[in-house]
Design a protein around this ligand. Structure first.
Ligand code: KG4
Ligand code: ZN
Length: 348
């Protein structure tokens, strides 16, 4: 029997009920029940619908994870759970479930940060994290650039989005183009047939004073508006909208800014490993451009497989296992949820 910590992780910060089990740095199972289809007709995640779906999915998802991993609950060394940031009601379901498990089993509980978990998950995919690592997290809810000297207790924020998250911009532009929600994968697909230099869309916060004041921050709302205006003008003139070209040019504007700022951060902070996580990390052009620019800069790129980039329980278990392995003290059983938990706070 291995003496590496066996940790079950629970993630409910948005619309995915994720339960993962990790032993040390090895992923045993990653089970996800998503309510994304229930939100599709609203064009975005409805918090109350998500909370209800978590409640219904929680016990079956935990049971399925244990069954598939061949793990008995009593063999666990700890329970790990996302305590924030995220949707308040959704987080409550996960944290209450984790507390119930911890109390009933007499196991320690670790309330951890969702964003640090997105970083830690790459340990089960590509091995130990170089310290420090630069991490760029891009999803429907966040766009952050993080300097990570130690994912268990030292995560520093270099910048984040001032308005829309990167994935949110993809979802909104998809809607303008008449593509389904969530729009990212559809824009990605449409863009493959398009010309990425067809339309010169704005690159937010990349010039002059913006680069002094918001060096590593992002802004996508101006870009989103520019795309909407461009499409409207065409439509009003009765002209057909070249969906593939708009998708490709918009996508290029997003990934150009993301990769440019991420590599500048690596250079200025003398970091030679860049990790990209979050749902938008699945974007094919982001991966390609990041690879190209990292290779040129001598930076090693780490991107977990798409299933581990989107929200999941394995990432929370992975961070929990690191906490145990590094001897970090567990959280109090009365640990709170914090919908706006700062990224610098790794543990609640
Ligand atoms: O990490 P995630 O599953 O959930 C959170 O938002 O936390 O990310 C979902 C986001 C959505 O906005 C979706 O449109 C975007 O990731 N996304 C993509 C792609 N796949 C998912 N965006 C661009 N290209 C993709 N291939
Ligand atoms: Zn996330």
């Amino acid at each position: 029997m291995s003496d590496e910590p066996l940790v079950l992780g629970i993630e409910t910060s948005c619309d995915e009920t994720g339960v993962g089990i990790v032993r040390g740095q090895t992923l045993l199972v990653d089970t996800v029940a998503s309510s994304v289809e229930e939100h599709a007709r609203f064009g975005g995640v409805v918090p109350e619908v998500a909370s209800r779906a978590h409640l219904e999915a929680m016990v079956p998802t935990i049971e399925r994870a244990c069954r598939e991993a061949g793990v008995r609950l009593r063999d666990l060394d700890a329970i790990s759970v996302t305590s924030g940031p995220g949707l308040a009601g959704a987080l409550l379901v996960g944290v209450a479930s984790a507390k119930a498990l911890a109390l009933a089993l007499g196991k320690p509980i670790y309330g951890v940060n969702h964003l640090a978990s997105h970083v830690a998950v790459d340990i089960v995919e590509h091995g130990p994290l170089p310290e420090p690592t630069m991490a760029m997290l891009v999803s429907g809810g966040h766009s952050s650039l993080l300097l990570v000297p130690d994912v268990t207790n030292d995560v520093r924020s270099l910048g984040s989005t001032m308005d829309d998250a990167a994935g949110e911009a993809f979802d909104k532009v998809a809607r303008v183009l008449g593509l389904p929600f969530p729009g990212g994968p559809h824009v990605d697909r449409a863009a493959r047939e398009g010309n990425r230099i067809a339309i010169d869309f704005p690159r937010g916060l990349t010039t002059g004073r913006d680069m002094e004041r918001h060096r590593f921050d992002f802004s996508f709302s101006g870009l989103k508006t520019a795309v909407a205006r461009w499409v409207e003008t065409r439509q009003r003139a009765g002209e057909a909208v070249p969906v593939a070209d708009v998708a490709a040019s918009f996508q290029e504007a997003v990934v150009d800014v993301l990769t440019r700022k991420a590599l500048l951060a690596c250079k200025e902070h003398d970091v030679d490993h860049l990790l990209i996580g979050g749902g938008v990390a699945a974007n094919s052009r982001l991966r390609a451009l990041a690879e190209e620019r990292c290779a040129k800069a001598g930076v090693t790129l780490r991107v977990p497989r798409p299933g581990l980039c989107t929200d999941n329980g394995a990432m929370v278990a992975a961070l929990g296992a690191q906490m145990v392995a590094k001897g970090r003290l567990p959280s109090d059983l009365g640990l709170p949820t914090d919908s706006s938990m700062p990224v610098t706070l790794v543990q609640a």
